[in-house]
Design a protein around this ligand. Structure first.
Ligand SMILES: [Zn+2]
Length: 357
């Protein structure tokens, strides 16, 4: 009898250790159960083992059972539309990786969330805030691009029963780079807070170009794919509320960051194209910074890109070097957060884009 019991326990241990292996806390208990079993203390081993299973089941049931984090109060944008404005500096442990905007819109059939958050703690904390505004369930979560702060929280919302939406290319790139992205955000923001993130990219509902969602009450939202800041991004236009969730297509207050994968000329073109589609009195929720009017967001974003394109083009035309591009006087933008971390790199990036040698 004792032998059979042990064998059974061994089988149970095998299956849950594999599941718990990502989480040191659960793995620790599983390991302890194994040691107890080896020592012949099958009763205690079973107790430790059942605890691992309970934690696992609670995770599955609630989506997330870790700490909550204090997020800023949402800013009301228009009726039924709010945004929680993230930190304007780079992701770090002090801001829990929440350095973009997580927004929500309340519709007749449910709530639409824009951006999944950088981890489950931020996602769950944002969800708590949303529940203070409405009893309706979160039905749609749209992610602006493949960056960590847009998608690492996705698995949390999936477990809440929401459908996740992303441009197809962004979903593919996120899925492929998931391990790298998770590691980078673990290092920069924190191991423990990033740990629960799962790669659920294969469960995103994807689209190319445009997708229209019927959100009830006769309202529709438009998901538009753009390229530039990242190779593939999604903005959301809600014509009935005249509000545009721009994602990183438009910034306000904060300095732009051009990454190795940024196509700044395509970015500028994408802004020009979207401006033609939106009414002039559109309210913009930018990727970074507080909500503002369309003119201000365009001036802040396209204004900087055009300034840089023109100034760097002059350097290239004069046969100047990358150092000359980096020396361009960008001091009129110096009060924007992350200016020091970005401006020279931005100039060098545009120098290479414009064919500088
Ligand atoms: Zn961003």
């Amino acid at each position: 009898m004792a032998f059979q019991g042990k064998k059974l326990l061994g089988l149970v241990l095998f299956s849950t250790v594999a599941l718990a292996s990502d989480d040191p806390y659960q793995a620790g208990f599983a390991q302890w159960a194994k040691q107890l079993q080896a020592q012949g203390d099958t009763t205690m081993a079973a107790a430790a083992e059942s605890y691992v299973q309970e934690v696992q089941q609670a995770w599955q049931r609630h989506g997330y059972i870790g700490p909550k984090v204090p997020l800023p109060e949402p800013v009301k944008v228009v009726d039924g539309v709010y945004t929680i404005v993230g930190s304007l500096i780079w992701h770090n442990p002090a801001n829990y990786g929440f350095n973009n905007n997580l927004s929500f819109a309340i519709f007749a059939d449910g709530v639409l969330v824009y951006n999944a958050g950088p981890n489950y703690a931020v996602a769950a904390s944002a969800h708590d805030i949303i529940r203070r505004y409405t009893d309706k369930p979160v039905k749609w979560v749209v992610m602006e691009n493949n960056q960590g702060h847009a998608m690492l929280g996705a698995g949390y919302w999936l477990k809440q029963g929401a459908k996740l939406y992303s441009a197809e290319k962004a979903a593919r790139q996120f899925g492929e780079a998931f391990d790298f992205i998770k590691r980078e955000w673990s290092t920069r923001v924190g191991e423990e807070i990033t740990l629960p993130a799962e790669n659920v990219a294969d469960q995103f509902i994807t689209f190319n170009g445009e997708m229209v969602l019927d959100v009830g009450g006769g309202e529709k939202v438009y998901l538009w794919e753009e390229t530039g800041h990242t190779p593939s991004a999604t903005s959301v236009w809600v014509p009935s509320r005249k509000v545009f969730f721009a994602g990183d297509l438009l910034f306000n207050e904060r300095m732009l960051a051009l990454f190795s994968y940024t196509d700044s000329l395509a970015w500028a073109d994408a802004i020009r194209a979207v401006v033609k589609k939106l009414p002039p009195d559109t309210i913009v929720i930018p990727g970074h910074g507080t909500p503002t009017d369309l003119q201000t967001a365009v001036e802040q974003t396209l204004g900087y890109l055009e300034f840089l394109h023109e100034a760097v083009q002059k350097v290239v035309d004069a046969g100047g070097s990358i150092e000359d591009a980096q020396a361009i006087d960008q001091s009129r933008f110096k009060d924007r957060p992350v200016f020091e971390q970005t401006h020279k790199r931005n100039a060098a990036h545009v120098f290479r884009e414009l064919g500088g040698l």
